[in-house]
Structure formats: structure tokens, C-alpha cells
Design a protein around this ligand. Structure first.
Ligand code: ADP
Length: 439
């Protein structure tokens, strides 16, 4: 087993990875920007190295700084976390070239799945239904009109390299196609250095359902149930739960069959997610995230696993401790993302506790929420025997959570969790927009 690992990330995910590494007896090297000198991940790691200024492009996204740090500190592996370079095959290749283990799938597999256009083609090849749409990239108005006619309006223009809900435009009619193609492509170029876009039918109020995968790189694939991530604001997830209130055992089995086929054939290694849009009892492949995801704790709660541990073990060539044929889902787990509404310094912090409550965060009294990075400051996750009980537990825990000095979205989350439509379980990705006026 490896002895030292570098985490090419910050915030709560870096803290999360350090915790598992400590339990595995692996020393951790944290990297940080000058804005994060007092950050929790810096305090918790065995070694911490400043890699640059606050701007992410010069620190957390600087491949040379990261590789040099990993080599100089004697690391044997690099964990990319989420966001930043976590799905960057170039970074993965540099890590491997430096003689280090990459805690993720093979860079060629990242390339195949990272581009949404090639991922759609790959999914089709393995028998997964995809959202109706273009067969490849779209660059002209004429091509777009043909696809829109085939699918019917509304359609959505999406960035092939997109992520985090960026670079998407919904279009209602032919006359709007040309301008939106240009805007989406420009946005995609600015955010992902790749202006390639394609078109899908825009489904009305679908559910966002995703399967959690752990695979050993030799064809063994464990599927750890699904997550429902339909509560989204501007296509960004706010609340996630497992299981999904809209997935039947038959649908879960059908999705799992296709997913197992795909991940097994690709000899996928590590943690991954396959995302679907669900309308009634139909599901459509959307994309694969070739990394661990923010919302992984709800799957950990219902399956009783440590996904970061499994991810590290399989990527270091060890056996996974999950038996793919014996995964059972127990109870219900829900996560509420805690987002800062403004930067600032935490003056006072009270963290909820009790049975089935987990708070993954980088906050402490005195911690700084920097304007330079993602606004998510933590995740409150609960587990109980039923959805109803888990909801009550999450509201109780939210009421105990006190963060003074930085404004956060606790009140909004509480309102969504108390809402009758949300509590009924009968909702889709349009829920937030539906409720917005009351939040
Ligand atoms: P990203 O990689 O930016 O997160 P995704 O492809 O995962 O983008 O889509 C994010 C969200 O955007 C989905 O969960 C869904 O709410 C919405 N979305 C994407 N494609 C469609 C579609 N074809 N129809 C309806 N909603 C969609």
C-alpha cells in the first residue's frame, strides 16, 4: 500500500480525503494558495505546501506546481478531488509520467467519457438510451435546424466539455438558434477552452438520477444504488438523496445493466458516476463523471461504505472490499449543500450532531470563506430508516447548524425540505424554479 498521497484540491473535499487517508495509514500532502494559508485542509494534512497565489489558474490549476510538489514531497499518488483538474486527462498523464499513481481512471478513458459528444456515442454503443439529439458537434445554424426539427422544440445547446451547469442554452424556435449557438460556443470556449457544442431535446421537468460506481480496472464493477439530484438552481445541484423517490427496482436494474456493461467494457478504474434524465419510466443517458462527486456521502450512508477508501484502494491496485453482487441499500439518506451567499470570516460555529447526522465542511470558528473559490462551504447529510424520517432529521439538523459571520442558504434549504411537493417525492428539475418566489 502507498505511504504518502498528495491532494490536488482544497476545501471540504480535501478534508474528506485526508480523513480517509489517516484511517488507511497514508500520510497526506496538502497544497494551498496564499488565500488558504489558514484553511482546515492545511491544518489537518501531515505536510502542506503553498503552490501559488489566490487565483486558481496560478495555484490549484497549475499542473507544473502540482507535479513538482508531489515529486519533491516524496508522494506516491495524487488524488484530484472534485472540480479543478479532477477530469483533466492532461494532468492525469503528467501525474503518471512523473511516476505517480493517479487516483482515477486511465486518462484515455477520461478522454472518451469527458467529452459529452463522444460519451453519447460510447453509451449508445453499449446499449444505453441517450437523450434525442445531434449525432455529433453542431457548428452551423443549418445543422442545428435539422436536429431541432428531428427532436422538436424546446432544445438545449450544450458544451461538449461542459460541467457545473455552464455553457447551456435552451432554445424555443428556429429564429433563436443562430444567436444561441454563438453564445453557447463562446461561453464554452471561455469556461472550458473548447467551443464545441451539440444539441439535445430539452426534456420537461425530468428527474436527474445518477448511479454510483466503483470499479477495479479489471472489469469488476460495483453499483452502489442511485442518487436523485433533481433539486437544482440554474442546473446546479442543491439537495441530493438516495434512493430516488422516482426509481422503481425494475428501472434501477435496467440502468445498472447498461452501466455495468459500459464500465466493465472500458475497464474503468476508481469511482465514477453515470447520469441519466428520467421522464416517467423512461431514462436517457446524459454523461459520466469520471471522478468522485460532491454528493457521494448519501451513497455511503445507504450502502455503509467509505467510497474514498474504495476509490484509493482500487487505484492503488488493491482489491475493493465491496462485493458487487452483495450491495444492499438500507434506509434513506439526504444531503443539503450549504452555500455561502457572500465571502467573509466565520465568527461562531455550532455543528449539529446526534444519530445519523454528518457535516462535511472546511469551516471552523475563525475560518475564511474566500471570494476566489466555489461558494459551497459544507454539506449536511443525514440517514434514517425512511424518507419521511430522514427529512425530519435533516430539518432538525439544519436548525442546529449556526454559522455566524458568513451568510449561508440554510433558510432556503429549510423551506425546500418543508415544501409539500418536495415531501411528496413527485418532482423534477423544475422544482426550484416552481418554488423560487416562495423561497
Ligand atoms: P453539467 O455537466 O454542466 O452538470 P449536465 O449535462 O450534467 O451538465 O446537466 C446538468 C443539468 O442540466 C441536468 O441535471 C438537467 O437539470 C439539465 N439538463 C441537461 N440536459 C438536459 C436536457 N436534455 N433536458 C432537460 N434538462 C437538461
Amino acid at each position: 500500500m502507498i505511504k504518502r498521497l498528495m491532494i490536488a484540491n482544497r476545501g471540504e473535499i480535501a478534508v474528506r480525503i485526508i480523513r480517509t487517508c489517516r484511517e488507511l495509514g497514508i500520510e497526506t500532502v496538502a497544497v494551498y494558495s496564499t488565500a488558504d494559508a489558514d484553511a482546515l485542509h492545511v491544518r489537518l494534512a501531515d505536510i502542506a505546501v503553498c503552490i501559488g497565489p489566490a487565483k486558481a489558474a496560478q495555484s490549484y490549476l497549475s499542473v507544473p506546481a502540482l507535479i513538482t510538489t508531489a515529486v519533491r514531497t516524496g508522494c506516491e499518488a495524487v488524488h484530484p478531488g472534485v472540480g479543478f483538474l479532477s477530469e483533466n486527462s492532461n494532468f492525469a498523464r503528467e501525474v503518471i509520467k512523473a511516476g505517480l499513481l493517479w487516483i482515477g481512471p486511465d486518462p484515455d478513458v477520461i478522454d472518451l467519457l469527458g467529452d459529452k459528444v463522444t460519451a453519447r456515442e460510447t453509451a449508445l454503443k453499449y446499449g444505453l438510451p441517450v437523450t434525442p439529439g445531434s449525432d455529433g458537434p453542431i457548428s452551423t445554424k443549418e445543422e442545428a435546424i435539422v436536429v431541432a426539427k428531428k427532436c422538436g422544440y424546446p432544445v438545449i445547446i450544450k458544451a461538449a466539455s461542459g460541467g457545473g451547469g455552464k455553457g447551456m442554452r435552451i432554445v424555443m424556435k428556429d429564429e433563436e438558434l443562430e444567436e444561441n449557438l454563438k453564445i453557447a460556443s463562446r461561453e464554452a470556449e471561455a469556461n472550458f477552452s473548447d467551443g464545441t457544442v451539440y444539441i439535445e431535446k430539452y426534456l420537461q421537468n425530468p428527474r436527474h438520477v445518477e448511479l454510483q460506481i466503483i470499479a477495479d480496472g479489471k472489469g469488476r464493477v460495483a453499483i452502489l444504488g442511485e442518487r436523485d439530484c433533481s433539486v437544482q438552481r440554474n442546473h446546479q445541484k442543491l439537495i441530493e438523496e438516495s434512493p430516488s423517490p422516482g426509481v422503481t427496482p425494475e428501472m434501477r436494474e435496467a440502468m445498472s445493466k447498461g452501466a455495468r456493461n459500459l464500465f466493465s467494457s472500458l475497464k474503468y478504474r476508481g469511482a465514477g458516476t453515470i447520469e441519466f434524465l428520467v421522464v416517467a419510466d423512461q431514462f436517457f443517458f446524459m454523461e459520466v463523471n469520471a471522478r468522485i462527486q460532491v454528493e457521494h456521502p448519501v451513497s455511503e450512508f445507504v450502502t455503509g461504505t467509505d467510497l474514498i477508501r474504495e476509490q484509493i484502494l482500487v487505484c492503488c491496485g488493491e482489491c475493493m472490499t465491496i462485493d458487487p453482487d452483495a450491495v444492499t441499500l438500507s434506509g434513506w439518506s439526504i444531503e443539503a449543500r450549504i452555500n455561502a451567499l457572500s465571502p467573509g470570516k466565520v465568527k461562531h460555529l455550532e455543528v449539529p450532531g446526534g444519530p445519523g447526522v454528518r457535516f462535511d465542511s472546511f469551516l471552523y470558528a475563525g475560518a475564511t470563506v474566500s471570494p476566489h473559490y466555489d461558494s459551497m462551504v459544507g454539506k449536511l447529510i443525514v440517514h434514517d430508516t425512511s424518507r419521511q424520517r430522514a427529512l425530519n432529521r435533516l430539518i432538525r439538523a439544519l436548525d442546529e447548524l449556526k454559522i455566524d459571520g458568513v451568510q449561508v442558504n440554510i433558510a432556503t434549504q429549510r423551506k425546500i425540505l418543508s415544501n409539500a411537493i418536495f415531501r411528496s417525492g413527485q418532482f423534477g428539475t423544475g422544482l426550484y424554479a416552481q418554488l423560487e418566489a416562495t423561497l
